[in-house]
Design a protein around this ligand. Structure first.
Ligand code: ADQ
Length: 471
């Protein structure tokens, strides 16, 4: 069995319980074959100490049979690659927000430099039959860099964020170059069928790619396989977490404190893609249209700090604070505050208790690749008395989670009506919907995701020679 090499912007030590996300997802596969995980160390070295730009140190550490290899970035590269092109251009555009892009000319160059640096530092660590799995928008051109250096390994790529329609993607500065580099991969994975369709239209219209049978595309003298692999959560692990002391305490405390009220919960990174102001406005609308919820419904909105050195994030934070403040001022009293807004990360161990104590889970992004909070909310519920998931139709998760109450988050009035429906839903209907949702997230959990992607990569025909490629 070949060794697995994971490359992502940040890595997590799989031995640490808080690793979460990708570390948990990949844990099984990494432990089975031994693995190398390569990424940025999180350290920024100033140019004077770090030598020429882009030449940070590589650190190697062993975590069981997983080797963790990380590289430092110098300030200039970090700012152009991470804050600039990845989070100032690609993130907004891939979330359909051309208006929030910061298209400074130097950013693309920094992005190219760091991808080239990653490839150069990774190459000597590779063995001939390693399978390489690259993650997310930070590292799109990595395979092209590796191929240019002679790498013949099988390389797969998974995009965790949405793939927008061609005319939106086409607005990315240097998009033609970025598009070409996708063809250096053997396998491209997307979160949803909608993303896959957008990719298909994009490569056919912009690269004149030929669509071959079975999801393959040919352009620039190479063929790439593409597919939808919706990411899941580790349902069993999350259920176990729900039985932890911290989670039970959280559940009991909230149930006691809100014994006469209904709780609604939102848990998000504070990001403009998550639709937080629209959600808060819908909650205000709920209180106005259905005044029986005043003194009775409380929204707990947890928004963890995120990318605070990117301007658009500071703006959304202020907007949210103002909105919550004005609703609490207008509707709240000594006995009851409509919104508890918490600008902090909640310990993962407490999350299941928080979800389980809530009658309604609000997951209403304007765009989201998948959204794992939706799946965590379902996994945490008591099947005998489950809460109701209100889910944006623009989250990738909506393709799978049809039994949730789907909303258009831009339509604040209708969203308020649907939240009311969720709050009033009879037990029988709640159980039926939850049962179907739970089945779905168990069938396609994170282990299924990982296994399906890696088996598809493994079963592809031998990687094509790089020499004649034209990207
Ligand atoms: P994110 O945009 O980070 O991920 P999401 O899928 O919701 O979004 O995952 C967030 C994770 O962080 C969840 O496990 C959640 O519990 C946790 N989290 C969020 N806010 C928190 C808070 N305030 N306190 C504690 N924990 C919090 C990107 C894409 C998504 C895609 C994932 C995985 O944007 O669309 O689903 O990758 O592919």
């Amino acid at each position: 069995m070949s060794r697995l090499v994971i490359v992502s912007n940040r890595i997590a030590d799989p031995r640490k319980p808080a690793a979460g996300g990708l570390a948990v997802a990949l844990g099984d596969s990494m432990k089975k074959t031994g693995a190398l995980w390569f990424g940025w160390s999180g350290k920024i070295v100033e140019e004077a100490d770090g030598g020429t730009p882009g030449e940070g140190k590589v650190h190697i550490e062993q975590a069981g049979n997983v080797t963790l290899a990380t590289v430092d970035l110098c300030r200039k590269d970090h700012d152009a690659y991470y804050l600039g092109y990845a989070n100032g251009v690609l993130w907004p555009v891939f979330h359909y927000r051309l208006d929030l892009g910061n298209y400074e000319p130097g950013f693309a160059e920094g992005y190219r430099r760091v991808n080239e640096l990653f490839a150069r530092k990774l190459l000597p660590l590779l063995k001939p039959d390693d399978q390489i799995w690259v993650h997310d928008y930070h590292l799109i051109p990595l395979a092209a860099n590796l191929r240019a250096m002679g790498c013949r390994n099988r390389i797969g790529f998974f995009l965790h964020i949405p793939m927008p329609p061609p005319l939106i993607t086409a607005a990315i500065p240097q998009q033609d170059w970025l598009l070409r580099t996708l063809f250096a991969y053997d396998l491209l994975g997307f979160q949803s069928d909608a993303d896959l369709t957008n990719f298909s239209h994009y490569v056919q219209s912009e690269a004149h790619a030929e669509a071959l049978p079975d999801g393959r595309y040919r352009a620039y003298n190479r063929t790439v396989q593409a597919g939808a692999f919706p990411i899941g959560i580790d349902v069993d692990e999350f259920t176990r977490l729900g039985e932890s002391k911290e989670s039970m305490q959280m559940f009991r405390r909230l149930r006691e404190e809100y014994s006469r009220r209904q709780l609604l919960i939102g848990v998000d990174r504070l990001d403009y893609s998550k639709g937080l102001p629209q959600r808060i406005r819908a909650f205000r609308e709920l209180l106005v249209r259905y005044p029986e919820n005043q003194n009775s419904a409380t929204l707990i909105q947890i928004a963890s700090p995120s990318r605070e050195d990117v301007d658009a994030y500071a703006n959304i934070r202020h907007e949210l604070e103002n909105l919550c403040g004005s609703i609490n001022g207008d509707f709240g009293g000594l006995e009851w505050m409509p919104i508890r807004y918490i600008h902090r990360t909640v310990a993962r161990k407490r999350l299941p208790g928080l979800y389980r104590a809530s009658r309604v889970g609000l997951v209403t992004p304007l765009r989201d690749g998948m959204n794992l909070v939706a799946k965590e909310f379902i996994a945490a519920q008591d099947p005998e008395d489950p809460g109701v998931l209100v889910l944006s139709r623009f989250a990738g998760a909506a393709e799978q989670l049809k039994e949730a109450l789907l909303v258009n988050p831009y339509d604040v009035e209708r969203t308020a009506q649907i939240i009311q429906q969720a709050l009033r839903m009879p037990l029988d209907e709640r159980r039926k919907r939850h049962e179907a949702l739970l089945r779905r997230i168990k069938e396609q959990d994170v282990h299924w995701w990982c296994k399906t992607f890696l088996e598809t990569l493994e079963n592809l025909e031998q990687s094509q020679p790089a020499g004649d490629a034209d990207y």
